[in-house]
Design a protein around this ligand. Structure first.
Ligand code: CA
Length: 496
């Protein structure tokens, strides 16, 4: 085993596993049945002087290898897959590799600060980019020594943090993969991890905490008002960016929550308006996009009732931990004390200190294009944790960098999924086979014009759609069953 540049190999082990039913570790879990027998090779790497121990795990099917290599990314603060993704990949015939980068489970941030209370820059760099690259180098070597030949094609797959890792590879290590499937990517990390605390900052500063039930009333009303903009009332908003529903329309509306009748106030509407609008400076300059209209507002505008009966904000842990540990360097920092002006300072601090480290927003993909790589992304338009617009704006920046939308389409395509939550395609019901589309593109030159998907609309009905390649949007033809993909076509948004 040749150690990747800058690392030393601490240990190598190989174990034969029987397969069967595999349950993912940590809080994400997930179960995969019918996994064939595989060989598990574990290579532990360290960066001399950094006192880290990054475990690179590779699962190789004992028989039926499809000749392909797949590396898998992580989620939130976890760098790697928890086993469920590896099992799925092996079941499909892939060799699968992942690395924990020397970190823990998805919400384990015990490594953020060292014993002196300083940022552990080595482990942050592991998460940001270097461990993923090293896992690719190691995994390919394991393949070559186990099967006595190299993989025909190398892929990366991931969502959220995994999606960000895919973009980091395309930006920094363009030769590692032939194809990268990077969904709902946590790119723009340094910005959006502060921006997504905005709903809490708004509620705390306005001293107004709408209940989850009231927040749902705003979302339902907005989706209802904007459903028809795409030509058909089908429980899906195909172009959420055109939805300009004014939350003040609900002032005075009565909603029944837990058997209690509540009246939506002007203060509630003002809070929701600011959350949808997104963070701004005190002088009104826009800092980042808000929660997309249609996304579950309870994700970032969560609340809880304290023992004394008062309602207070309950921030989503991922951005809260980012601000407490990496910005304030104080695990006990009270998020609820952040004023509007402090929020702007935190946003700027995050970008200044970490933009280059983990921002993963460099639009120069020319080296990746030159290497022949393909990058495919889908992002839910009702993503409650990562504002979809950040992915759209990144793709537009790449277009400006490389000259035209068409040039970018040659190797990088984005598909937006209406009504779809974070990494979810609506949980277990909806689905889209991004990897099948990517392999067809890489191996047969078939660029995906659309991405076939099964979505769940607001009424809980399953509908088929062909997701459109951005910037195109789906439009009802004017006839045909709205549950069928064939009743829609992709059009340029200017033709609305
Ligand atoms: Ca619609």
């Amino acid at each position: 085993m040749k150690a990747p540049a800058g690392t030393e190999v601490e240990s190598v082990t190989a174990v034969r596993r029987p397969g069967g039913t595999i349950t993912g570790t940590g809080i994400l879990q997930g179960t995969v049945a019918g996994v064939p027998a595989f060989c598990e090779v574990t290579v532990t790497l360290t960066h001399p002087g950094d006192n880290d121990h990054a475990k690179v795990q590779t699962w190789l099917p004992v028989s039926g290898w499809n000749g392909r290599f797949q590396a898998l990314g992580g989620a939130a603060y976890g760098a790697g897959d928890n086993g469920a993704g590896l099992a799925t990949a092996v079941k499909s015939g892939y060799v699968a590799t992942t690395t924990d980068a020397g970190l823990g489970d998805v919400l384990d941030t015990s490594w953020a600060l060292d014993s002196k209370g300083q940022i552990n820059t080595a482990l942050l760099e592991n998460l940001a980019s270097r461990s993923q690259h090293e896992a690719a180098v190691v995994g390919k070597q394991v393949v070559a020594s186990a099967y006595a030949k190299r993989a025909s094609y190398s892929y990366f797959t991931g969502c959220s943090t995994g999606g960000r890792q895919g973009y980091a590879e395309a930006q920094r290590y363009p030769g590692d993969f032939d194809g990268i499937l990077a969904d709902a990517p946590a790119i723009n990390w340094a910005k959006y991890e502060v921006a997504t605390l905005w709903p809490q900052v708004v509620m705390n500063n306005e001293k107004t905490y709408p209940t989850g039930c009231e927040l749902d009333a705003f979302t339902d009303a907005a989706v209802k008002a904007c459903d028809s903009l795409d030509g058909v009332k089908d429980g899906l908003v195909n172009d959420a960016s055109r939805c300009d529903f004014d939350p003040r329309r609900l002032i005075g509306t009565k909603v029944v929550c837990d058997g209690k009748e509540l009246t939506i106030t002007a203060a509630d509407a003002a809070v929701v308006r600011k959350i949808w609008d997104g963070p701004r400076t005190a002088s009104g300059k826009k800092l980042w996009s808000g929660v997309p209209v249609g996304a579950d507002l309870k994700g970032l505008a969560g609340t809880e009732v304290a023992p004394d009966g008062t309602v207070k904000g309950k921030p989503f842990q991922v951005p809260a931990l980012w601000v407490q540990l990496w910005l304030k360097k104080d695990p006990s920092f009270d998020i609820s004390t952040i004023t509007y002006s402090q929020f702007t300072q935190l946003f700027k601090q995050s970008e200044a200190e970490y933009g280059k480290v983990i921002g993963t927003d460099d639009p120069d993909l020319s080296a990746f294009r030159k290497s022949g790589g393909k990058l495919l992304t889908w992002h839910g338009q009702a993503d409650k944790f990562i504002p979809t617009q950040g992915t759209v704006e990144y793709r537009e920046r790449v277009e400006r960098e490389l000259g035209s939308s068409k040039k970018v389409d040659d190797f990088y395509r984005v598909f937006l999924a209406p009504g779809t939550n974070h990494c979810g395609l609506n949980g277990t019901d909806g689905s889209a086979d991004g990897l099948a589309a990517l392999t067809a593109w890489v191996e047969h030159g078939k660029a995906p014009k659309t991405l076939p998907a099964t979505l769940i609309n607001v009424d809980g009905q399953q509908v088929d759609r062909n997701l459109c390649s951005y910037p195109q949007v789906s439009r009802y033809k004017g006839y045909g069953d709205p549950a069928l993909a064939s009743s829609f076509r992709c059009v340029s948004p200017t033709r609305h």
